[in-house]
Design a protein around this ligand. Sequence first.
Ligand code: IPD
Ligand code: CA
Ligand code: CA
Length: 282
Amino acid sequence: MTAVSEQDLQRYLEIATEAALAGGGVLQSYWGKLENIEQKGRPGDLVTEADKAAEAAVLDVIRRHLSDHPILAEESGAIGELANSPFLWAIDPLDGTTNYTHQYPFSAVSVGLLIDGYPRVGAIFDPFHEDLFRAAQGQGATLNRQFIQVSKTSKLADSLLVTGFAYDRREQVDNNYAEFCHLTHLTQGVRRGGAASLDLAYVACGRLDGYWERGLSPWDLAAGVVLVEEAGGQVTAYDETSFDIQSGRILATNGRIHTILSQVLQQIEPLANFQPIAIAES
Ligand code: IPD
Ligand code: CA
Ligand code: CA
């Protein structure tokens, strides 16, 4: 295990914060002014000039301070020697692109640092509500510099959850539709926020009690995982084994509803007979 001092973690947190705020300024400047919305791959997987400009601003900050640290950024891919370093910055310059293109103000910049493959530092900035979420290993989690804690909800029936649906949902039978139905039935509600990093940050500050999702990338998860753990919550795989950021799956809760939510998720079978309604639009 790589030994990193408390001072170094604090320094990395300051750099993550500077980067997230820089990206957030770019998102504010492009708000409502997009001219270039492209589809990257699957239907709905969009990229805009705001994603690219925000990523450039984030990368500039990290490179300026830590030129030898490798980076995995959503729009640029891998930068630097990933195999030769214990560090990896995972950057989502605009988490919630679909929301952003519709001017639905729920998006964020997410800047996380993995050390030996596990998230240890994170900053998430929502420029529309000016919410700055920060956390580093062993140092607690904050929202706008005030310490935050996960909720105390102890029953699934009393909980408000959040989830999301990956862009491959139309090709995969295991697409989270069944989980959404069952958990909508068993809880006070399930939200679909549209920005995984903020879904996690909202669990960390107690606005939501739990979050699960599949089909995610390291840049969606890295910063938010640190937030939830440092706010006293729990992060695992669906079956409560250790969280693996490469799996793309996460179960993150306030801890109190973790086991029951895990048990429910493990019992759910995908909707194998789901027949979507066919529409013809020109
Ligand atoms: C997406 C959002 C969404 C989640 C998707 C992600 P993007 O990220 O986090 O909530 O459900 O799986 O890909 O594309 O807006 O950066
Ligand atoms: Ca994302
Ligand atoms: Ca993104």
